[in-house]
Ligand binder design. Structure first.
Ligand code: SAM
Length: 284
């Protein structure tokens, strides 16, 4: 049992519904050290307004905004919050909301709205561009609901991981890759990390790979090779070595009637499933 944090104490007093999933444990991991630097937060899905109250207390320097398609949530404007009414997927609603809030981006955006895979993906596409550089986008209640079996949000968000770790074909030096420009989906070029918890995802916005502070510095970006030399070992394999191994093992596999490709160097199997195809058509 971990010790209760300041955020847990606030949440236990205000009691928003998300407390039942123990999400604040993970919110603390990601936001505990940003408490005083976060300036703006948007929560999609307002309902009673309890979670907005938690955020207002936890982030003393932040403007707290909300978006919900239930017109009744407009009552929270009288309580000092800025709440816009509309569908979170709709870009026109997003434009109107940003104009009303008087801003172009937020440090944190939390989707606690529809909890439906298609809406979670659509909302991400609409709102992620309005997340500030260095900001965090959170999706709550992402689960494998069999009743929504046509699109799987878990599949769509987890596939971003492969884009983030993309090495373009023909690149011989993944250590020194200085840009993914022109080779990968624009979302993944703006994501530096994704954390998955049970039903909960945190997506961190940044420039991939340009945010690596040591990338452009020759004093640091070859240290791995130097360390290998010092240790008297061989240089780490490059993707072209892997490709060679993959070709050889595929060849042997064909001859022996089975695949020899070790799972850890095999490219993810992206095709094949209708769910994945639909998610990709949605651009994720
Ligand atoms: C789980 S409740 C939000 C709970 C609140 N965040 C809390 O913790 O106290 C979900 C809310 O999302 C709203 N909602 C559902 N789909 C939406 C959509 N597509 N756009 C905007 N709001 C939506 C619902 O009206 C409902 O008020």
């Amino acid at each position: 049992m971990t010790e209760k944090t300041d955020l847990d104490h606030i949440a236990e007093r205000i009691r928003p519904t998300k407390i039942t999933h123990d999400y604040f444990r993970y919110y603390w991991i990601h936001f505990g050290n940003r408490r005083h630097t976060v300036r703006s937060l948007l929560e999609i899905g307002v309902q009673s307004g309890r979670s907005l109250k938690v955020w207002r207390e936890f982030f003393p320097n932040a403007t707290i905004c909300g978006l919900d398609y239930d017109p009744g949530c407009a009552r929270l404007n009288a309580d000092g919050f800025a709440v816009e009414i509309g569908d979170s997927r709709n870009p026109a609603v997003a434009r109107a909301a940003l104009e009303r809030f008087g801003r172009t981006s937020f440090d944190i955006i939390i989707d606690d709205g529809a909890h439906h895979p298609q809406a979670q993906i659509g909302t991400f596409r609409t709102w992620f561009p309005h997340l500030a550089e260095g900001g965090v986008y959170v999706v709550e209640d992402v689960a494998q609901f069999s009743r929504y079996d046509r699109v799987d949000a878990l599949d769509a968000f987890s596939e971003l991981i492969y884009g983030i770790n993309h090495v373009p074909d023909g690149s011989t030096d993944w250590h020194a890759l200085t840009t993914l420009e022109g080779v990968a989906n624009p979302f993944v070029r703006q994501i530096v990390g994704i954390s998955f918890y049970r039903y909960l995802i945190f997506i961190e916005k940044g420039r991939n790979p340009e945010d690596n502070r040591y990338l452009a510095d020759p004093a640091f970006n070859r240290l791995d090779l130097e360390a290998q030399r010092e240790a008297g070992g061989t240089a780490p394999p490059t993707p072209s070595d892997w490709r060679g191994w993959r070709n050889l093992s595929a060849h042997l596999g064909r001859r022996l009637g089975s695949s020899f490709i070790p799972r850890d160097i095999r490219r993810p199997r992206l095709g094949g499933s209708l769910l994945r195809a639909v998610a990709r058509r949605l651009g994720l």
